[in-house]
Design a protein around this ligand. Structure first.
Ligand code: AMP
Ligand code: ZN
Length: 113
């Protein structure tokens, strides 16, 4: 299967990795949209949030916990940050391997664009 983020998990493609354990990985977004822009992904290939199964629930909890750890490490937890998970085309999903964007370090707009 041809998947950009599976290639990063398998170290076939370089990334600036901030955290890795047996379940998830966090790395810098290659095209940052904010001073802090980190992607947190499960190592397991799950294409979209629509594909999350009950057996993945603890993995998804760990994904969120890792995102919050990154926010604390980056010093944006207290100021505030945004967690974004785009699903399918109209939401702007371009990589079909589940990922949580951790965005912060500047004021965020609402409603989102
Ligand atoms: P999305 O549009 O929600 O699917 O987000 C995909 C994100 O992956 C975008 O923010 C891209 O900038 C980012 N991205 C694409 N290729 C890479 C890569 N090789 N390393 C790190 N981030 C990437
Ligand atoms: Zn994948």
């Amino acid at each position: 299967m041809n998947c950009l983020f599976c290639d990063i998990v398998r170290k076939k493609r370089p990334a600036q990795i901030l955290h890795e354990d047996n379940l998830v990985m966090a790395f810098e977004d290659i095209e940052p949209q904010a001073p802090v822009h980190v992607l947190v992904i499960p190592k397991k290939h799950i294409p979209t949030s629509l594909d999350i199964k009950e057996e993945d629930f603890s993995l998804i909890g760990h994904l969120f916990q890792t995102a919050c750890r990154i926010a604390r490490q980056k010093g944006i937890a207290g100021r505030g940050f945004r967690l974004v998970m785009n699903c399918n085309r109209e939401a702007g999903q371009t990589v079909f391997h589940l990922h949580l964007h951790v965005l912060g370090g500047r004021g965020m707009h609402w409603p989102p664009g």
